[in-house]
Ligand binder design. Structure first.
Ligand code: SF4
Length: 335
């Protein structure tokens, strides 16, 4: 691990000031440290080499609070375990609780935070291997995953520069829930729609979010819970601690025999949590059943472009979508 300067912030304003690049520091990169479950590993492997680490773990950003109008605010330092166990999350946003509990191990969930979950880096093995070519780690170096072992990589929205996937489960549910990310930076605060927070790789895979220099994620807002039912399902190589090959977050509401609300997001298939709006369009207004679910699954993966080793992913995703939708509607009809 390279040497770095450790700084502990007492307030959000101080954290932003400490992390922001200034002319005097010559553009030295800084990183915020919260739970450290990803950043510390990356620093040990020298994949991340910040010159300043700003510890934000003692900032008052860990509350889960009701919002006027029925929504819920998740503090950026709220723990994954805390979020999944919160009775309001379990009752009003069960798709989020299930997504969080399907990620990582209990020990990691105790340390990991909401903000860190949003900002965790890809688990592409070439990204972690400093002997490999990786445009995300070293812009312009190339991408060894393109012709390498790419079983776990992207089938949607990738580019010749990078085919990595976003590893989060929580973020897939947040995309389906139409959450909003609140950030504070040198220019003040702003809010970003969740589906616009993460970026596709294009020619700059090292730029993963819309965060500007020094900006700190302070909270994530959930709008009032939509009507209907939700589910999160995840396919992985083993039942324990493993990242998704494919995951799906689905919200569906049926009235008078028609689907009047449909939200669908996929994980494990793209550089960002992937909102499948084409599938939502197919489902909205349709009669729930095998025909509509099959059409939605096909629409969701219509633009899929598999790599050498992950040709199974589109079909796996289609099956997971059909199965999850079928289970949701069956539950609704039998309860
Ligand atoms: Fe790096 Fe992306 Fe290629 Fe992986 S897929 S080696 S993260 S550029």
């Amino acid at each position: 691990m390279r040497e770095f300067v450790y700084l502990r912030a007492a307030t959000v304003a101080e954290a932003v000031a400490l992390a922001s690049t200034t002319a005097s520091d010559g553009g030295a990169p800084a990183r915020y440290l919260a739970g450290g479950t990803n950043l510390v590993d990356l620093m040990r492997e020298e994949v991340e080499r910040p010159e300043r680490v700003v510890d934000i773990s003692r900032l008052p950003l860990s509350a889960v609070e009701d919002l006027p109008g029925g929504g819920l605010r998740l503090g950026a330092l709220a723990g994954n375990t805390q979020v999944a166990a919160d009775p309001r999350v379990r009752l009003r946003y069960p798709v989020l609780a299930r997504a969080v509990l399907s990620g990582a191990s209990p020990q990691l969930r105790n340390r990991a935070t909401v903000g860190g979950n949003l900002l965790q880096r890809t688990r592409c093995h070439y990204f972690y291997d400093t002997a490999a070519a990786c445009n995300k780690r070293t812009p312009g170096a190339g991408c060894d995953a393109l012709e390498g072992v790419n079983r776990g990589h992207a089938v949607l929205g990738a580019s010749p520069s990078c085919v990595a996937v976003h590893p989060s489960d929580m973020c897939v549910a947040l995309a389906a829930l139409d959450a909003t990310v609140n950030v504070t930076g040198p220019e003040g605060g702003r809010s970003v729609p969740f589906t616009g927070f993460h970026l596709l790789p294009r020619r700059t895979p090292q730029v993963e979010t819309v965060l500007r220099d020094g900006e700190l994620v302070t909270s994530v807002d959930l709008p009032p819970a939509p009507p209907g039912r939700g589910a999160y399902a995840k396919m992985r190589d083993r039942a324990g601690f493993a990242f998704a090959l494919v995951s799906v977050a689905v919200l569906v509401h049926v009235e008078d025999g028609r689907i009047v609300l449909a939200r669908l997001a996929l994980g494990g298939v793209a550089h960002k949590p992937w909102r499948a709006r084409e599938a939502e369009d197919v489902l909205t207004g349709a009669t729930p059943g095998a025909t509509a679910f099959e059409s939605a699954a096909r629409a969701a993966l219509a633009q899929a472009r598999p790599l050498r080793d992950n040709g199974f992913k589109p079909e796996l995703a289609r099956r997971l979508i059909r199965r999850t939708l079928t289970g949701l509607v069956t539950d609704a009809l039998t309860s």
